[in-house]
Design a protein around this ligand. Sequence first.
Ligand code: TZP
Ligand code: MG
Length: 237
Amino acid sequence: MAVDYGVYLVTDSTPAILGSRSLAGAVEASLRGGAGVVQYRDKTASHDDAVRTARELLAVTRRFGVPLLVNDRVEVAVEVGCEGVHIGQDDMEFQKARQMLGPDKIIGVTASSTEEALRACEAGATYLGLGTVYATQTKKDTKAIIGPHGVRDILAALAAAGHASVPTVCIGGINASNAGDVLLLAAAATTTTTTSGSTPAKSLDGVAVVSALVAAPDPADAARHLLGQVLRARVPD
Ligand code: TZP
Ligand code: MG
């Protein structure tokens, strides 16, 4: 499955964010608007409930040909047979997850520093989630706010270390008003001047958001708008 990381939806089922809407409905609307990846994130559901919800979401994502990833809970991803997982620095060890999932599944890793990003690439991460970029109400245990410049510095380090081909998304407090700032700063950093001229280095492939889609009055419209910003900032190959 070819993956477009441009608009990456992370779900949240808490009433403060989802309100009275249905999660599957918000996911479907985001996909209609062009979201290219869905991560099912639920810290509190029982295993059985998580499996049930993941199956429901998988039925939706499969209709759109988009991968469904599960946050943290590798055993849930294995049981439902979805496309992969997303793990943070304090979650399951990467090689254990790879062993459980097999060689072909997606394993994304969160990185909030250059060291974490390089380590994840060396371990074989399929893609990286860089952040937390801005303060967010959605994740309570956020450790580091790295800002757009932190994202840019990690991208530069990845390029310098030869990891330019690993896709990257940024996460944390991203919305329609600030997405352009992060994307354009990252895009500006993707051109380095060398003695042989300008060479593209490493850009952001997309933005990962929770509330900007899940809590949007019209998630389809919100996804369309974010995708437009991503596409405008993309550096042509
Ligand atoms: N990881 C870092 S920040 C975050 C996660 C899951 C939550 C982002 O939520 P929002 O609503 O897009 O700020
Ligand atoms: Mg985690």
